[in-house]
Design a protein. Structure first.
Ligand SMILES: NC(=O)c1ccc[n+]([C@@H]2O[C@H](COP(=O)([O-])OP(=O)(O)OC[C@H]3O[C@@H](n4cnc5c(N)ncnc54)[C@H](OP(=O)(O)O)[C@@H]3O)[C@@H](O)[C@H]2O)c1
Length: 238
């Protein structure tokens, strides 16, 4: 059987890194996309993946990645739109430029990549989008800008489903709750909220938990597509 080819964004950290590892273990040829060239070089050696540097906040960088995908000899069977940025700030104070950047990375980039990949994707191909429980439930107002990008992504993903399922391409959304990844280290002024969240939800998911679900979704038989999976730490489900 032909080796399946997968491209995953945000492969240098957290859920993306765990997923790139599990995809390799499952025998996929993996294209790992990130913006940190040094960390990508390490992945090339450690995991045997092909890498591409791209800053998904930059239209030119996204265009270059799209052109590279279109020029590939072997079409991609799987696209995992995992990369995202997070902010923790009220929409009443968030700088408009920061809000725009959030939409560029979290909404525009995944759709542009789907557009680059879909025309060449074979029957049985699969696009997986990483959303978040904040798309539907806000712990507080400061999660709204991030959650809004995920809600927009979910709606656009529904459109991808309508367009691509008739062509035999699966479209799935993973909706994690709290996962212990570096995404939270990147948020200024988040420490007290993080401590409160830990009081409510003592044990968070590991990135590997989400990667396991990704692999499960991708390994369903062809007549069956998982639309959306919510993945929660047990005590967040209360
Ligand atoms: N952790 C959670 O609790 C949680 C919950 C629900 C959903 N999610 C979703 O899960 C996905 C993965 O998040 P994570 O928690 O694994 O976060 P993470 O550890 O911060 O990883 C995010 C990845 O995206 C990359 N990235 C960010 N901005 C980028 C840009 N402009 N261009 C290219 N790459 C960029 C990061 O690169 P750098 O390392 O260079 O920044 C990193 O590789 C995201 O879609 C996130 O929204 C996470």
């Amino acid at each position: 059987m032909r080796q399946r080819h997968a491209l995953i964004t945000g492969a240098t950290s957290g859920i993306g890194l765990a997923s790139a590892k599990k995809l390799r273990e499952a025998g996929y040829h993996v294209v790992a996309v990130g913006r940190d060239a040094e960390r990508l070089r390490v992945l090339e050696v450690e995991l045997g993946v092909v890498t591409r540097v791209a800053d998904l906040a930059q239209p030119e960088s996204r265009r270059e990645l799209g052109d590279w995908i279109a020029a590939r000899q072997v079409p991609l069977d799987v696209l995992v739109n995992n990369a995202a940025e997070c902010v923790y700030e009220s929409p009443l104070t968030l700088e408009p430029a920061r809000m725009s950047r959030l939409f560029e990375v979290n909404v525009v980039a995944p759709i542009e990549l789907a557009r680059a990949v879909a025309p060449h994707m074979p029957h049985g191909g699969h696009i997986v989008q990483l959303s978040s429980v904040t798309a539907k439930h806000l712990a507080n107002a400061k999660f709204a800008p991030y959650g809004t990008t995920k809600a927009a992504l979910e709606h656009l993903t529904e459109a991808l489903r309508l367009e691509l399922h008739p062509r035999g391409i699966g479209v799935s959304t993973l909706v994690p709750g709290l996962v212990d990844t570096p995404i939270y280290d990147k948020l200024p002024n988040f420490e007290s909220t993080r401590a409160k969240l830990h009081q409510h939800v003592e044990v968070w998911l590991e990135p590997e938990d989400v990667a396991d679900v990704l692999l499960w979704v991708l390994s369903r038989p062809p007549h069956l597509v998982i639309g959306e999976v919510t993945i929660l730490p047990r005590s967040q489900a209360r």
